[in-house]
Design a protein around this ligand. Structure first.
Ligand code: HEC
Ligand code: HEC
Length: 350
């Protein structure tokens, strides 16, 4: 090929553009001339290895426009998938939403990144099982009629060879927030939580021992390698813990009932004090997760999920939750969400 054709990716892109625009056959030496007008490059195209059986994959890449005019990507195709769509995920008020995108403009001499938590290609209906290291052909369709051949590599999200495009926790942050203090109550706050507890929960989701997440944790949990999970858990654990929920009314009858249950339990009802194992537990008892300053409705959901048997990944909690009435659960959740995260001896939990 010619001197301009620096790597395989670009060569095939050129060949395809030419095929799409004018030539039906393998391009000859006139290649350079046509290239000058149609210089769209694709860098680092990749597809994260997805959990087996998942029918929707994603593709990421950086599209670089070396021309002096706009380029518009209208869509894409791949022989390996039934359909390819352009999507954008956005986070607003802690909620992730996804929308289809009609076209993506690549400005003159500019670049557009398709990356986790932004623009991405949705690859729907895989026609063959994914294989680590395999090359997947994707064809970008431009408004000019040009086609750009892309060869995307299937790799793990945390492949260090890829360089630190983003840390793994950026993916978690779409729901749990980068500061670990999620805005939406259905996403638990992870900031300052015990690292070992975070790791255990992600493994439990991954291995099917915890599945009360409505399917939201499934993909992230299956995706993460152990070393990355340790780093991600350490990251969230190292963040300043969340402040208590100041909107809740404290010291009312419900709140006081919650505080009493938490600190003393209810012997007659067979409910042990929660702080024997949680938050300001001081003894050698098993260290439960921090509950204080967590979202009230998240805590209540967990207790109800244990009571009904939807959440099963604990030896102690199902038995304890079974003894709690709805009022107990609401009282505990209200108390805990408004309870600052400090140990009994007054030192900050971190
Ligand atoms: C699409 C949204 C979403 C993403 C992305 C996500 N999670 Fe979650 N996560 C959830 C939801 C929802 C729950 C709560 C499920 C429930 O109600 O029990 C949860 C629960 C958890 C829990 C349990 C917390 C507790 O207090 O028990 C941990 C730990 C966790 N996620 C860690 C992670 C990590 C680490 C990542 C990134 C690798 C991640 N999550 C990515 C939605 C998400
Ligand atoms: C004997 C120790 C023990 C006692 C007593 C105990 N817990 Fe727990 N609790 C645990 C452990 C351990 C876990 C973590 C389970 C797991 O690994 O998923 C847990 C988890 C929880 C969670 C889930 C937190 C999250 O972030 O998802 C809630 C909520 C909870 N406990 C509430 C309570 C309440 C309320 C009480 C008192 C009525 C209580 N616990 C008493 C040991 C205990």
């Amino acid at each position: 090929m010619t001197g301009r054709c620096l790597d395989l990716l670009r060569c095939s892109a050129i060949a395809s553009m030419l095929a799409g625009v004018a030539f039906g056959s393998v391009p000859g030496p006139e290649l350079d001339v046509s290239w000058a007008g149609a210089s769209l490059d694709v860098e680092s195209a990749w597809i994260p290895l997805a959990p087996v059986g998942l029918k929707v994959h994603v593709g990421y890449m950086t599209i670089v426009n070396r021309a002096a005019t706009d380029k518009h990507v209208l869509g894409a195709d791949s022989p390996d998938y039934e359909r390819v769509e352009l999507h954008r995920s956005t986070i607003k008020d802690g909620v992730t939403s996804m929308e289809a995108v009609e076209e993506v403009r690549v400005p003159p001499h500019g670049r557009v990144e398709f990356a986790p938590t932004g623009l991405h290609f949705m690859l729907l209906g895989p026609k063959r099982p994914q294989a680590l290291g395999a090359r997947v052909p994707i064809v970008l369709l431009l408004s000019s009629g040009e086609k750009v051949d892309v060869s995307a590599i299937v790799r793990r999200r945390d492949d260090p060879a890829q360089g630190a495009h983003s840390h793994h926790w950026h993916i978690c942050a779409t729901c749990h927030s980068l500061d670990g203090i999620s805005a939406m109550a259905r996403f638990p706050k992870l900031a300052g939580q015990r690292a070992a507890y975070i790791e255990k929960q992600v493994r439990d989701f991954r291995d099917g021992r915890r599945n009360n997440d409505g399917g939201q944790m499934e993909a992230s949990a299956s995706d993460i390698a152990d070393a990355d999970l340790a780093r991600t858990a350490a990251y969230f654990a190292s963040l300043p813990p969340p402040p208590p929920d100041g909107t809740l009314q404290t010291n009312g009858p419900e709140w006081r009932r919650g505080a009493a249950l938490y600190q003393e339990g209810d012997e007659a009802a067979g409910i042990p004090p929660c702080n024997r194992c949680h938050d300001d537990a001081t003894s050698g008892q098993p260290q439960g997760p921090y509950l204080s300053s967590q979202h009230a409705s998240y805590l209540a959901k967990q207790l109800r999920d244990w009571r009904t048997g939807i959440r099963t990944n604990s030896g102690d909690m199902p038995k304890i939750a079974a003894k709690l009435s709805d009022q107990d659960i609401d009282a505990l959740a209200t108390f805990l969400a408004s309870y600052p995260r400090v140990h009994a001896n007054g030192t900050a939990a971190q």
